[in-house]
Design a protein around this ligand. Sequence first.
Ligand code: TYD
Length: 142
Amino acid sequence: MKQIVHPVELVPCGDSRGYLLALEGGRDKIPFDVKRVYFMYGIPCGAERGKHAHLDTKQVLVCVHGSFTISCEFGDGRPTLTYTLDNPTKGLYIEGFVWREMCDFAPNTVIAVLANEHYDEAAPKEIRDHKLFLEMVQKGMS
Ligand code: TYD
């Protein structure tokens, strides 16, 4: 069962005109072919998002504007990892069966997520029941 979480430093080009941050699938800090990009925005104060674990998806999260906190739980007794993403240069790589919860969104936060697979609404490859997540980790079932 793969469970990988680590920060990713994303390096922008910057000059007197401002910054340009380019992300290329399969290169640099995005170690997969990008099949999907989605954005979260208009997030109300006090909202909580996520609360699920993908079965085997690879993702890089980038806080384009604002800030939020994300916790990543492995379900096997290891401590939960918590990150504050508050700058586009501070990405977070998440691969595999990791329970993630997102909260503490600053006003007008915009988050981009790059993923290695398409979204299939008819057959979502994610678990949204935390108890089931823990059971599946214990049984090595993801
Ligand atoms: P959801 O997974 O609930 O967001 P969160 O990351 O907070 O758990 O997704 C919200 C809605 O967006 C839901 O109706 C499914 C839809 N959606 C897509 O259509 N495509 C996608 O790639 C994703 C991630 C979600």
